[in-house]
Ligand binder design. Structure first.
Ligand SMILES: Nc1ncnc2c1ncn2[C@@H]1O[C@H](COP(=O)(O)OP(=O)(O)OP(=O)(O)O)[C@@H](O)[C@H]1O
Ligand SMILES: [Mg+2]
Length: 324
C-alpha cells in the first residue's frame, strides 16, 4: 500500500533501489566519483545510465562545475567535429561566428558522452586524439587548447561486438573502458520494483496534484513477473499513466497493459515451449550456456548473470560439460 499523505523528497539524481545488484553498482560509482577516472556505463535502454552519470558527477569534486551532455546519437556526422571541438568564423560556409564546442564548455567539469557507440569512425578518431592528449583545436584554428574534463561515456550497445563488426575503434574502447559500470536490467533486480513504484507514484501524484493510486497485491505480483524490456523508464511511464487514469483508486491486474497481463498468464512470454517429441535438457543447457558466452564475448560474469546463475555455478557447469 502506498501512503500518498507521506511527504516525499525527490532529488533529481536520487537512485532508488536496494537490491544487491544495484547496490554493487552504486558502490562502484561512488568509489569512482572521487577520482577523475574515465567511466564507461553500459546497460539496456531505460536502465538508468544517465542517472548514474549524473550521480557520479554530483558526487565528484567537479560537482560545482558543469556536466555537459553530448547525445552522440543525434549529432549529424558532418557537424560532429565542430559541435565537439568548436570552429572559427568563416572556417566553413555556415560558420558565421566563432563557436566553442561541447568539449570546451565542459572545461573543469564533466563531459558526458551519451550513446557513444553511435559516433562515426572519423569522429571516433578525433575523440580518441583528444582523450589521449586533453588537447584540441577549433576547426579553422591552429591554436591548440588544453581542456580539463572528466569523461563519462554511456552506451546500450555491446561495444565488443561493434569492434568485431568494425564500427567501433578498439583503441577508443580501451580508452573509455577504464572503469566499466554495468547497470543491471530491471528484470534482474526485480526486488527494486516496489520501491521504484512507490517513488514514481508519489512524485508523479505530487506533480499532477492528484491522490496517488494504490496497487493491489495481485497487480504488484504481475508487475514483478513482467520482463520490462524498457526497464525503469517503462515502469515510470506506466506509473504516470496509472497515476493520471486511476488517481485515488486501486490499480488491479485488469487495469494493467495487455503485455503485462499476458506475461503473467505465461502466454506470449513463455520462454520456451516443449516440442511435441520432447528435448534433451542437457543439450538445451549447453546451448544456452554457449549462447550466453557468445552474447557476452566470453565474459563469464555477465554470461552467468544472463542465465540467472552465480559465476561459480556457471564455472561448475562449464567444467561438467567440458566447455572450458
Ligand atoms: N534507480 C533509479 N531510481 C530512480 N529513477 C530511476 C532509476 N533508474 C532509472 N530511473 C529513471 O528512469 C528513467 C530512465 O533512466 P535513464 O534516462 O538514466 O536511462 P538510460 O539508461 O540513460 O536510458 P537510454 O538508454 O534510453 O538513454 C529516468 O526517468 C530516470 O530518472
Ligand atoms: Mg540515456
Amino acid at each position: 500500500m502506498i501512503d500518498s499523505k507521506q511527504p516525499y523528497n525527490e532529488h533529481p539524481s536520487q537512485l532508488i533501489g536496494d537490491s544487491p545488484e544495484l547496490t554493487r553498482v552504486v558502490w562502484a560509482s561512488r568509489i569512482t566519483a572521487s577520482s577523475d577516472v574515465t567511466v564507461l556505463i553500459q546497460g539496456e535502454s531505460g536502465s538508468g545510465k544517465e542517472l548514474f552519470a549524473r550521480a557520479i558527477h554530483n558526487d565528484s569534486q567537479r560537482k560545482k562545475q558543469p556536466m555537459v551532455t553530448v547525445n552522440c546519437a543525434v549529432i549529424p556526422e558532418n557537424l560532429a567535429e565542430s559541435m565537439l571541438f568548436g570552429h572559427l568564423k568563416g572556417s566553413f560556409t555556415s560558420a558565421i561566428a566563432d563557436q566553442q564546442g561541447y568539449v570546451q564548455s565542459a572545461d573543469k567539469g564533466t563531459l558526458f558522452l551519451d550513446e557513444v557507440g553511435e559516433l562515426s569512425l572519423p569522429v571516433q578518431a578525433k575523440l580518441l586524439r583528444f582523450l589521449e592528449s586533453s588537447e584540441c583545436e577549433k576547426i579553422g584554428s591552429t591554436v591548440t587548447e588544453k581542456v580539463d574534463v572528466r569523461v563519462i561515456a554511456a552506451t546500450n550497445r555491446n561495444l565488443r561486438e561493434e569492434i568485431k563488426k568494425g564500427s567501433f575503434r578498439e583503441d577508443l574502447f580501451y580508452r573509455l573502458h577504464v572503469v566499466p559500470l554495468e547497470i543491471p536490467p530491471l528484470r534482474e533486480r526485480i526486488s527494486d520494483l516496489k520501491a521504484l513504484l512507490e517513488h514514481f507514484t508519489h512524485t508523479l501524484a505530487q506533480q499532477y496534484q492528484v491522490v496517488a493510486p494504490n496497487y493491489s497485491k495481485a497487480a504488484i505480483k504481475a508487475l514483478k513477473e513482467y520482463h520490462w524490456p524498457g526497464n525503469v523508464r517503462e515502469l515510470r511511464n506506466l506509473c504516470e499513466r496509472m497515476t493520471i487514469l486511476l488517481a485515488g483508486q486501486t490499480v488491479d491486474v485488469d487495469n494493467l497493459p495487455v503485455e503485462i497481463k499476458t506475461a503473467r498468464q505465461g502466454g506470449k512470454n513463455t520462454l520456451v515451449s516443449l516440442p511435441e517429441n520432447g528435448l534433451s535438457l542437457e543439450k538445451l543447457e549447453i546451448e544456452l550456456i554457449q549462447q550466453a558466452l557468445e552474447k557476452t564475448s566470453g565474459n563469464r560474469t555477465r554470461a552467468a548473470r544472463l542465465l540467472g546463475l552465480t559465476r561459480d555455478t556457471l564455472l561448475y557447469r562449464l567444467k561438467k560439460y567440458s566447455l572450458t
